[in-house]
Design a binder for this molecule. Structure first.
Ligand SMILES: Nc1ccn([C@@H]2O[C@H](COP(=O)(O)O)[C@@H](O)[C@H]2O)c(=O)n1
Ligand SMILES: C[C@@]1(CO)OP(=O)(O)OP(=O)(O)OC[C@H]1O
Length: 159
């Protein structure tokens, strides 16, 4: 098996009247995240990392934002598809490491549930999945609480 790295990055704006779903978990917060889908910034970054490792484009190629089908869609669907693409190539996920970038809410208390949910969707052991968080020391759009960013890195083993 040949190890192939993939990286992903995504941003969603904070919005009133929306849920905040990150890495498949609803995180209690006074605002949510805006998007065409459920705006799960963590899953979107992770999907892009997997598609990147496979050189199969990005999430927008597989699930175009112009399609009504994906309005308010549960991003679990997108991650299951990315996992199916690994399997279709005869590959396996070696590990995934996701960083959520925001001042608030605190992510670390939710990290165990996020890791468990991502592992379930990917069909892998939870020990392969890392979720961590950082602030930007109040700098920039994340520092002002205008949005949340996420980055992900994966290694996929492909024959
Ligand atoms: N939204 C966040 C941001 C950070 N954390 C945790 O706090 C630690 C310190 O963050 P710094 O940006 O000051 O380095 C970080 O390592 C995380 O453990 C968090 O839970 N949620
Ligand atoms: C999955 C999609 C589908 O509309 O989700 P969005 O909520 O639009 O989120 P974004 O990360 O901006 O782009 C990916 C899209 O393809």
């Amino acid at each position: 098996m040949i190890p192939r790295i993939g990286t992903g990055f995504d941003v969603h704006a904070m919005a009133e009247g929306r849920k905040m779903i990150i890495c498949g978990i609803e995180v209690p917060h006074e605002k949510g995240l805006a998007g065409h889908s459920d705006a799960d910034v963590g899953i979107h970054a992770l999907c892009d990392a997997i598609y990147g490792a496979l050189a199969e484009g990005d999430i927008g190629r597989h699930f175009p934002p112009s399609e009504e089908n994906w309005k308010d869609a549960d991003s679990a669907r997108f991650l299951r598809h990315a996992a199916e693409r690994i399997a279709a190539r005869g590959g396996q996920l070696a590990n995934a490491d996701i960083t959520i970038i925001c001042e608030r809410p605190k992510i670390t208390p939710h990290a165990p549930a996020m890791r468990a949910r991502l592992a379930e969707l990917l069909g892998v052991d939870v020990g392969l999945i890392s979720v961590k968080a950082t602030t930007t020391e109040k700098l920039g759009f994340t520092g002002r609480g205008e949005g949340i960013a996420a980055q992900a890195a994966v290694i996929v083993l492909v024959p």
